[in-house]
Design a protein around this ligand. Structure first.
Ligand code: UTP
Length: 272
């Protein structure tokens, strides 16, 4: 039912300067795989094989990663290194990747709107690859979409002193871990946050979000905020927030990135 995913990946990644001067944040590796690799795998696990990227200047490494590399393949042919390319080659074979460039970085909401030509009039997943999830989070959300047929956003409880880094929701828990969204605020001041339920970088969006985004004025930080359009959607219709099962690392921050590296290194060593 959800066939397409959009990866907004045009942000400057300023927290990772100087590396992100020339390497897209989404291409920074956790152990030996770039962040997008994990995100695409999560999509495939959820039955999503049409993947659109919103990119920008100096993001070409993403396209190169998702293409064949015959010279390298020839060089390692017949060696035990061949298996290192198996997973990415499977992605290249099974998925269709499309790209559009965001010309000005006017915010996540604007990035999603820029992706409209890649999505069309379909419900779709949004993956922020720097939120790295271990577990089938998108798959859990696709299942919920089948039940509720409305926008689903992933949330996580965060420490109270960290709410100002996130979009934060308020809502009524209608089933265990499933909330009907009543309010939503982008990066609230700590004492003004309606809860400690933070929005993380996984969404299933219904396509009416595009019209809402078109009519969304710049909000927090002068950016067109996805959160503002989602709040309108919640008020006019219905939006579900879902406390997912699994582990999430904020790889857009240096601390989260190191934590994820240690975690996935241990997993790799243990052959998981
Ligand atoms: P972030 O808030 O993490 O911004 O964007 P950033 O530029 O990537 O990183 P910092 O804060 O400067 O270190 C959240 C997501 O939205 C995308 C980013 O690529 C990231 O996936 N984004 C943000 C866009 O695609 N376009 C934008 O204009 C803004």
């Amino acid at each position: 039912m959800i066939k397409k995913a959009l990866f907004p990946a045009a942000g400057y990644g300023t927290r990772f300067l100087p590396a992100t001067k020339s390497v897209p944040k989404e291409m920074l590796p956790i152990v030996n795989k770039p962040l997008i690799h994990y995100g695409i795998k999560e999509c495939m696990n959820a039955g999503i094989f049409e993947i659109g990227f919103v990119t920008g200047r100096s993001k070409r490494a993403i396209e190169d990663y998702l293409d064949k590399t015959p010279e390298i393949e020839n060089a390692i042919k017949g060696t035990n290194k061949e298996k290192l390319l198996e997973e990415v080659n499977e992605m290249i074979d099974k998925c269709v990747f499309t790209y559009v460039r965001q010309k000005e970085m006017l915010g996540l909401g604007h990035a999603v709107l820029t992706g409209e030509p890649l999505i069309g009039n379909n419900p779709f997943a949004v993956v922020l690859a720097d939120d790295l999830c271990d577990g089938d989070v998108l798959n859990q959300m696709v299942r919920l979409y089948k039940k509720f047929k409305c926008t689903i956003i992933a949330i996580e409880e965060v420490k109270k002193e960290e709410v100002n880094k996130y979009g934060v929701i308020n809502g009524k828990e209608i089933e265990r871990d499933i909330f009907l969204v009543e309010d939503m605020i982008e990066k609230p001041e700590i004492d003004k946050a309606p809860s400690n339920l933070a929005i993380i970088g996984r969404y299933i969006l219904t396509p009416d979000i595009f019209d809402l985004l078109r009519n969304t004025k710049p909000g927090k930080g002068g950016e067109i905020q996805l959160t503002d359009a989602l709040l309108k959607q919640a008020k006019e219709g219905m939006v579900i927030a879902y406390k997912f099962k699994g582990k999430r690392f904020d790889c857009g921050s240096v601390d989260g990135f190191i934590e994820a590296t240690n975690y996935f290194y241990e997993k790799m060593k243990n052959g998981k």
